[in-house]
Design a protein around this ligand. Structure first.
Ligand SMILES: Nc1ncnc2c1ncn2[C@@H]1O[C@H](COP(=O)(O)OP(=O)(O)OP(=O)(O)O)[C@@H](O)[C@H]1O
Ligand SMILES: [Mg+2]
Length: 238
C-alpha cells in the first residue's frame, strides 16, 4: 500500500467555544481519491478550513511528513495542501488569467508559471479561449473549472475540493469528476473530495468516510459505502 500523505488524529475544531469537529481521525494515502460525505452542517467546510490552517485546531495533522497542526495557512499551502473552497471564491471582476495566476503566487519563475498555465489549459481548453474574460461572467460549472484550475496552478500534492457539485447540473458534475480523475491519473495529485452528494462523491473514490455532527461514523471502500443500508437510508432516502 502507498504511504500516508495526510494523517489526521483526534482533530478538534470549532468556532469560539462551540466545538464542531470532535476527535476526528482519518487518513489519505498518496495517489488515492478519498471522498468524505456528510449532510448540511456536518462539519465538512470546517474540516477543510481546519486542515488548511484557517481555524484554530487541536490534535495532530501530519502532511507529507510534517506536523502541520501548528502551522500558519500560508506555510501549509506552500507544502502543497491546497483547497478549492466551497462557493469557489473567485475574483469575479478579474480575468480568468489573473485568477489562475493567483494560484501560482508563490512561483517566482515566469517560465514555470507559463508551463503550469499550459498544463491547466490542456485540462480545460475553454479557459484558454476565454482567458481574458472576467471570471464573474462564466457559468457555475465553468467557474468551478476556474477554481480547480487556480488550485492546480499551485502544483498541489493534495487537492481538497469542497462541495464541487453544489448547484450544478449532473452532466456538468460528471465532467468535473472526470477532470478530478485525470488530475489524479495523469498528474499524480492525491484528491480529497468533500461532498453532500453521495453518489457523485463515491463514484470516483477509492475509499470514503461518512461524517455526522463532526464525527466519522462510517468508513470503507467507496463501493461498499454506497451499498451500506444506513448510508442509503440517511443520504439517499432509499
Ligand atoms: N463562522 C462560523 N461561526 C460559527 N459557527 C459556524 C461558522 N461556520 C460554520 N459554523 C457552524 O459549524 C457547523 C458546521 O458547519 P460547516 O459549514 O462546517 O458544515 P458543512 O458540512 O460544510 O455544511 P454544508 O453542507 O451546508 O456546507 C454548523 O453548525 C455551522 O452552523
Ligand atoms: Mg460546507
Amino acid at each position: 500500500m502507498s504511504e500516508v500523505l495526510l494523517g489526521v488524529d483526534k482533530l478538534g475544531a470549532g468556532y469560539g467555544d462551540m466545538a464542531v469537529l470532535l476527535d476526528m481521525s482519518f487518513e489519505v494515502r498518496q495517489g488515492e481519491i478519498v471522498s468524505l460525505v456528510g449532510s448540511n452542517g456536518a462539519g465538512k467546510t470546517t474540516l477543510m478550513r481546519a486542515l488548511s490552517g484557517l481555524l484554530p485546531r487541536k490534535g495532530s495533522i501530519r502532511f507529507a511528513g510534517s506536523e502541520i497542526s501548528g502551522m500558519a495557512a500560508e506555510r501549509i499551502f506552500s507544502l502543497g495542501l491546497v483547497q478549492v473552497p466551497e462557493g469557489r471564491q473567485l475574483f469575479g471582476q478579474m480575468s480568468v488569467l489573473d485568477n489562475l495566476l493567483m494560484g501560482a503566487y508563490l512561483c517566482r519563475d515566469k517560465k514555470e508559471e507559463k508551463r503550469r498555465l499550459e498544463r491547466v489549459f490542456e485540462l480545460f481548453p475553454i479557459l484558454q479561449e476565454r482567458r481574458s474574460q472576467r471570471a464573474g461572467v462564466f457559468s457555475g460549472g465553468e467557474q468551478q473549472m476556474i477554481a480547480i484550475a487556480r488550485a492546480l496552478m499551485a502544483e498541489p500534492r493534495l487537492l481538497m475540493v469542497d462541495e464541487m457539485s453544489l448547484g450544478l447540473a449532473p452532466v456538468i458534475v460528471d465532467k468535473l469528476l472526470d477532470a478530478l480523475v485525470a488530475i489524479r491519473d495523469e498528474r499524480g495529485v492525491t484528491v480529497l473530495l468533500v461532498e453532500q452528494d453521495v453518489f457523485s462523491a463515491f463514484s470516483i473514490a477509492d475509499r470514503g468516510y461518512v461524517l455526522e455532527l463532526g464525527k466519522i461514523v462510517r468508513e470503507g471502500n467507496a463501493e461498499e459505502l454506497v451499498e451500506d443500508p444506513e448510508v442509503r437510508r440517511a443520504y439517499l432516502g432509499i
